[in-house]
Ligand binder design. Structure first.
Ligand SMILES: C[S@@+](CC[C@H](N)C(=O)[O-])C[C@H]1O[C@@H](n2cnc3c(N)ncnc32)[C@H](O)[C@@H]1O
Length: 331
């Protein structure tokens, strides 16, 4: 048990209790407690201690509507607080999804997640007043952008405790906001029986699932009838019979299972009862979108591609191309 985290989860439960999602609360607190505290984790105490020691400062302004999620300004902190904040944020390296600016400290993340958001946001039903779920939200960059686009309440789920800690390092300075991250997998979501979220995002998750159709079914179960799915995932060229299953790694990633063609992905969605299915964007991932930075010092895209031919991964597969597909849960 940790008072700080548990207080944050209590805020999430309080916000959810005021919505049609309230029945979830019958199982949710137990699931969250098990996910956070049951598995042994060598760094959990260090991370919790770091969160507890974040300088207690109120941000003079926050902005979730621009590419960089901004909290406070450099002038909100004295020199000692600025040094303590810099050291605390460094504990949470590597920062993969962003960018963020926290009291003037620029967190230049591995990914320009704002570019993905731009590709997606143009095609969404307006988010104003909607209950939104982001499945596999990482440390939550897109949760803040979804809030900035007017959503009523934003829930992210991601099984990584590390990303939960990064999220809270940011949320600490965001003030009271209806944005919550729960450390769950999509397999843990209940079937909301047509009374779930208005919009469900799954970005960068499908290819990590050994059972991609089960993942899509979980997303459908989390939607309300007629609600909107926003699916972003790796694709390959081909027809409705084409899917790539890497022999082992793909772009050095161990946990990549299925990379379908757009036609096959759309077929999967049709078979599961989605309708109004449209592929709104196809983009090749470039090295200026995913790269090593001072805040993510490990290898990145340039190391995952064939140095002789950047159209191939280092294993010889087609280099990463990503599609955004939007669909509705059938009535
Ligand atoms: C490539 S990242 C994508 C992060 C973010 N959605 C984005 O598009 O930038 C994939 C995320 O999915 C999470 N993830 C993996 N398996 C998952 C599952 N079964 N349910 C929910 N999230 C999962 C990982 O922890 C990771 O944060």
């Amino acid at each position: 048990m940790n008072a700080l985290l548990d207080a944050r989860f209590a805020e999430a439960y309080r916000d959810l209790a005021a919505t049609r999602l309230a029945p979830w609360l019958a199982s949710l607190p137990q699931q969250v407690q098990a996910a956070v505290y049951e598995a042994p984790h060598g760094k959990r105490e260090l991370w919790l201690e770091t969160l507890a020691q974040l300088p207690k400062v109120v941000a003079s302004s926050v902005d979730f509507t621009q590419g960089t999620v901004r909290l406070g300004q450099a002038t909100d902190l004295n020199a000692e607080q600025a040094a303590a904040l810099q050291a605390a944020l460094a504990v949470f390296i590597p920062w993969r999804k962003g960018p963020f600016e926290v009291f003037g400290i620029q967190i230049d993340t591995e990914w320009r997640s704002d570019w993905k958001w731009e590709r997606v946001a143009a095609h969404l039903s307006p988010l104003q007043g909607r209950l939104v779920l982001d499945v596999g939200c990482g440390s939550g960059y897109h949760l803040w952008r979804i809030l900035g686009a007017g959503a009523q309440q934003v829930i992210g789920i991601d099984p990584s405790l590390f990303f939960l800690m990064q999220f809270h390092a940011i949320k600490h300075y965001a003030g009271q906001q209806p944005v919550h991250l729960l450390p769950l997998k999509s397999e843990d979501l209940p079937d909301f029986q047509g009374k779930g979220f208005d919009t469900v995002f799954s970005m960068g998750v499908l290819y990590h699932r050994r059972s991609p159709l089960d993942h899509l079914q979980e997303l459908k179960n989390a939607l309300r009838t007629g609600g909107e799915l926003v699916l972003e995932t790796l694709i390959i060229e081909g027809d409705e019979h084409t899917v790539l299953m890497p022999e082992d790694r793909y772009g050095k990633m161990r946990n990549v299972w299925f990379i379908p063609s757009v036609a096959m992905l759309e077929l999967w969605l049709r078979r599961l009862g989605f309708e109004n299915i449209r592929t709104v964007d196809i983009t090749t991932t470039m090295m200026d979108e995913q790269r090593s930075t001072a805040w993510m010092r490990f290898e990145s895209l340039k190391d995952f591609l064939d140095p002789e031919n950047p159209r191939l991964t280092i294993e010889g597969y087609p280099a990463p191309v990503r599609a955004v597909i939007i669909a509705n849960a059938s009535k």
